[in-house]
Design a protein around this ligand. Structure first.
Ligand code: WT7
Length: 658
């Protein structure tokens, strides 16, 4: 049994009764051949031609996989392509220029439809403007925008000119933005004046301004005017108005830059086990092939579908399955700016109904909320257009899985539980909806060509029914190529633990624990490292801890994940103060402030507990695991070997107090 933290703790031991895909679904599905697993296994790595074939290449690749410099794999080498051309231009040529590419649903009920032609015009004008501002191929452009159409437009404009984008989630703080721009040496920023938050105008530009002040280099900034009169703003030096730029360059076009398959398409910072976020590098050919293939094979997306992934583009799910995957396939992708409960708790179902959405993809944290709100909300609408449902981001246990299928899917649609990560780029574990049985509570087997292994501490595969570490024994096209911060860190974070370089045996370690059953289906149990997953957002306990220790008066802290009902994770922070600081409330407020400044409001702990000391080993190491057990009301075993065993009872008593 491996230890795991936070999410997954209360995950059921049993999976639900298997279900077969409905025949009506199978008859129309993109991938139906049960032999696909075998054919991928026998024909590996050339099997991945199937993914690459979904794209248009300026020059065909010579080699599917180059593995002589493992773990720095290279996919589709020799090939050239442009991601924006694949997501936009080629659909015009295919005679679908007036087909809807993006259906945007704004927070205040606004609706906008961008056809592929509109997207072509917009991305070309923005690409021209970026060039004029000095952006060159391989310059990293940071994008700090909420869920407005300008977000995918600017991403695609960057892709068009071969400038890797670095999207920073709009809810992150000024400090977090500055850290990411600094780490990525990014001298260009695309942001907006603000956006609506709980009905009020929220100032995004002031966060961007503060971030710029922290940077040592100049930053050319483009500002989208989202709020107009609701939040007037003035542009300073080196700041440009998005709409004015578009006007200046109306009708201008830029030839898409032909990129090597292995050229960087984008950077995405994510939380790791250290205090610093990691810049995950994704490349053009492998990433785009993998996201297009999985949107096709797993989400069963078709060009004539209206497809909706209700995630934020500021994280990898939105990059892969709101923008690149669906647009590469030429489908209509819905983009929603708001929350699921405004103006009422049926908002999402109203959007599904009105747009006749075919495929819907969301996170368990949302599904659990829908379940809590009750079936009356979906029941207000006609959801019969839905053909397939997907889940991503956290484990989903059988109860919400069944509820989702029953009340959103009408009882007879396939539900895919897709396991993947920022680092895997695209889905790596899931059932193929027309091929495999579904088992509620288990994500499924590794996709064809993805060699998933659950191993013990020694790297040996565990028996069915047992849990271990989730590893992947062969490379795959969408995998991260390295970390922007350095190759060494890439090796040590993901490869060192289970690889044997002398034997040229490379194993990617995901940081997750999983259990595998006799059919090779994985039940993902959650992270085993210092990463916690809160409402589908990935946070590093170290990052939160470092924000807490920045507060004057704080001596030491430990941050852990605690399972909350039903099935979520919340943040508990244990804090000891320096002698002389007895105003706990003031310190508490300063801690919340510091976390919001360093990361963002969503990283705020549910509880901050003050304790005279943190439990420690004799050598002085803070026992985080023990604090996690305490937080979760679990059995602690023998704690007598601690340096300060008496503190454990005190903390337990405080936890039990409310
Ligand atoms: C972590 C990756 C992949 C997009 C969203 C999150 C957890 C993801 C599942 C799933 C159980 C899941 C893992 C993983 N996770 N999907 N279907 N079942 N856990 O991307 O922020 O990089 O987080 O999310 O713990 O390691 P991310």
């Amino acid at each position: 049994m491996v230890e795991r933290n936070g999410r997954g703790r209360d995950h059921p031991v049993l999976t639900g009764a298997p279900r077969s895909p409905p025949s009506a679904f199978v008859e129309q599905a993109n991938v139906t051949d049960p032999e696909i697993y075998e054919s991928f296994a026998e024909n590996w790595p050339e099997c991945w031609d199937r993914a690459a074939e979904l794209l248009s290449w300026d020059r065909s690749y010579e080699t599917v996989l180059e593995d002589d410099d493992a773990p720095f794999y290279r996919w589709f080498t020799g090939g050239k392509l442009n991601a924006a051309e694949n997501c936009v231009d080629r659909h015009l040529e295919a005679g679908r220029k007036n087909h809807a590419a993006i259906r945007w649903e704004g927070k205040r009920g606004e609706r906008e439809v961008y056809t592929y032609r509109d997207l072509y015009v917009a991305t070309n004008e923005v690409a021209t403007a970026l060039r004029e501002l000095g952006v060159e191929e391989d310059d990293v452009v940071t994008i700090y925008l909420p869920m407005i159409p300008e977000l995918p437009i600017t991403m695609l404009a960057c892709a068009r000119i071969g400038a890797p984008h670095n999207v920073v989630f709009a809810g992150l703080s000024a400090d977090a933005l500055a850290t990411r721009m600094d780490a990525a040496d990014s001298e260009y920023l695309l942001t907006c004046d603000g956006y609506y938050r709980r009905g009020n105008a929220f100032n995004q530009k002031s966060k961007a301004d503060n971030a710029r002040l922290k940077l040592e280099h100049d930053v050319r900034t483009v500002v989208v005017d989202r709020l107009g009169e609701d939040l007037p703003h003035v542009l300073g030096d080196d700041e440009y108005d998005y709409h004015e730029l578009r006007e200046t360059f109306t009708g201008e076009t830029v030839e898409p830059v032909s990129r090597d398959a292995e050229d960087m398409l984008f950077l995405m910072y994510t939380s790791g086990t250290t205090g610093e976020p990691k810049g995950v590098v994704h490349t053009t050919g492998g990433y785009l092939s993998h996201v297009a293939w999985t949107a096709h094979a797993v989400l069963d997306v078709k060009p004539d579908d209206t497809y909706w992934c209700a995630a934020d583009i500021g994280w990898i799910t939105g990059h892969s399955y709101i923008v690149y995957g669906p647009l590469a396939l030429g489908t209509t992708t819905v983009m929603y700016e708001g929350t699921p409960d405004y103006p009422d708790r049926d908002r999402l179902w109203e959007i599904v109904d009105r747009n006749a959405v075919d495929v819907f993809y969301t996170a368990p944290t949302a599904i659990r909320a829908f379940m809590k709100w009750g079936e009356e909300y979906p029941n207000r609408h006609d959801l019969s257009s839905l053909r397939l449902l997907g889940s991503v981001g956290e484990p989903i246990s059988p109860r919400p899985w069944n509820w989702y299928r029953e009340h959103i899917g009408g009882g007879d649609v396939p539900v895919v539980d897709t396991w993947w990560q920022t680092e895997t780029g695209a889905v790596t574990v899931s059932t193929l909806p027309a091929v495999d049985e579904m088992k509620p509570g288990a994500a499924g087997p590794g996709l064809p060509g993805i060699d998933v292994r659950v191993v013990d501490d020694a790297g040996e595969e565990v028996e069915p029914g047992e849990s271990g570490y989730l590893t992947i024994a062969r490379p795959w096209p969408g995998m991260a190529r390295t970390l922007y911060d350095g190759d060494e860190q890439f090796r040590s974070e993901y490869w060192d633990r289970f690889s044997d370089p002398d034997a040229d045996d490379w194993r990617y370690f995901s940081g997750d624990a999983a259990r595998i059953d006799e059919d090779g289906y994985l039940t993902v149990l959650g992270r085993v490292d210092d990463v916690i997953n809160v409402s589908g957002r990935r946070l590093s306990t170290m990052e939160i801890e470092s924000a807490i220790t920045d507060v004057p008066g704080v001596a030491e802290t430990a941050v852990v994940g605690r399972s909350s009902e039903p099935g979520g994770t919340e943040i508990y922070a244990y804090v000891s103060t320096e002698g002389g600081y007895d105003d706990e409330n003031a310190v508490r407020e300063a801690i919340v402030d510091s976390i919001e400044t360093a990361i963002g409001p969503f990283a705020r702990p549910t509880r901050i507990l003050f304790t005279p000391e943190l439990p420690k080993t004799r050598s002085g190491k803070i026992m985080r695991r023990l604090l996690e057990n305490i937080s979760n009301g679990e059995d602690l075993g023998d704690t007598s070997a601690l340096r300060n065993p008496e503190i454990v009872g005190e903390i337990q008593a405080e936890i039990l107090e409310d």
